[in-house]
Design a binder for this molecule. Structure first.
Ligand code: SF4
Length: 367
């Protein structure tokens, strides 16, 4: 029988950057209860165990991505029937951010399906960052690869987090993406860090990878000079038309193990229960929170795939006694004060923008 004090000792949550396969595979091999207990111990040293950080994610430019990530419905290489959209107007983005703040989100994440942000669009991207920041929300973007100068511009505009996932291990990576290399990804993370921004980087479980690949991905993240502040662990959403549409479904317990190991390796990082929640039972999500997940995306849509309804998330949190970070709902009056829509005339009616509301006179979004 494993004794509690030995688990406590081995679960010491000092921040380490020297993880080896042997050590990480030993964690994956622990009896499930011991693993979860150790992850909870690590989690409680750094976080309130009954509090979850809430972000909202908006797709600001959808589809037609030149990259060939085999899991992604936004890749231009696959036909998934997705409606493509140009870069959204700054004003629309700020309106969405305002709604997200009203729903209790503390961080607003904006995602664009690009290989890297085009120079012509950078001024608008920077306006979005400034506008969302002025609302008192934390800002996060995922725009593909960044060079040093772009990372500097985003940091200067006030971007708090940059998301760039490693997706999987270096060994398995080539089976999933061929249009950019693992080193490209690591270089972007280095630029983000050098510019002084927080890193959001994680991966996907269920791509057909082995447990060793999951370990390999976590080793890459945990052995960075500084752990990413945010580590999203996604469960693959199998989308018709992508090459991974029929890949074997990942086992829920294996998924929770990955979260627990991530928490033990990077105990001071927020581990985000990210894509795939729509297909998870309440019980599986509860286990993920027990394993140390303490961040979610709130909202019915995650870029292009479904996410649980906000009301069902709130019900689940009530059942579990989990509080959201800063969930105070602001009244309309207060909202108008914290996030007035800025004059964007110079930025409107520009060829780079797609006004979804204008293109659909019924007032329904075209996506
Ligand atoms: S995951 Fe990102 S980079 Fe890859 S195809 Fe999708 S949008 Fe493009």
């Amino acid at each position: 029988m494993t004794n509690v004090s030995s688990l406590k000792d081995s679960g010491s949550s000092a921040l380490r950057h020297d993880w080896t396969f042997d050590k990480v595979e030993a964690l994956f091999q622990l009896p499930f209860n011991d693993l979860i207990f150790q992850a909870q111990l690590a989690h409680r040293e750094h976080f309130d165990p009954n509090r979850v950080q809430v972000s909202t994610l908006l797709s600001i430019k959808t589809g037609a991505c030149p990259e060939d990530c085999k899991y992604c419905p936004q890749s231009g290489h696959y036909n998934t029937g997705l409606d493509k959209e140009k870069l959204m107007e700054v004003r629309k983005v700020l309106e969405e951010a305002r709604q997200a703040k009203a729903s209790g989100a503390t961080r607003f994440c904006m995602g664009a399906a690009w290989k890297n942000p085009p120079a012509k669009d950078m001024p608008y991207i920077l306006e979005m960052v400034k506008g969302v920041k002025e609302m008192g929300l934390e800002t996060c973007m995922t725009l593909g690869m960044l060079d040093e100068a772009q990372a500097g511009e985003l940091a200067e505009a006030g971007l708090d987090y940059y998301n760039h996932n490693l997706d999987t291990s270096p060994e398995f990576y080539g089976s999933i993406i061929t249009t950019r290399t693992y080193s490209d990804r690591l270089n972007t993370l280095a630029h983000v860090r050098d510019a002084g921004m927080n890193i959001c980087s994680g991966g996907i479980v269920g791509l057909g990878e082995t447990e060793r690949d999951r370990a390999g991905m976590l080793i890459q993240l945990a052995n960075l000079p500084k752990h990413p502040e945010s580590v999203p662990v996604n469960m693959l959403v199998r989308v018709e038309g992508t090459p991974l549409a029929d890949v074997e479904e990942v086992d829920g317990i294996d998924f929770v193990r990955t979260i627990a190991v991530a928490k033990i390796m990077m105990p001071a990082s927020c581990v985000r229960l990210s894509a795939g929640r729509e297909n998870m039972s309440d019980e599986l999500q509860a286990l993920a929170f027990l394993a140390g997940a303490n961040s979610i995306f709130l909202g019915d849509k995650l870029l292009t795939t479904a996410n649980p309804k906000e009301s069902s998330d709130r019900q689940l949190f009530n059942k579990l006694g989990i509080n959201m970070d800063d969930t105070t709902k602001l009244e309309e009056q207060e909202l108008a004060e914290v996030c007035p829509l800025r004059e964007q005339d110079a930025l409107l009616n520009n060829e780079h923008y797609f006004d979804a509301m204008k293109s659909n006179p019924m007032g329904q979004k075209a996506f």
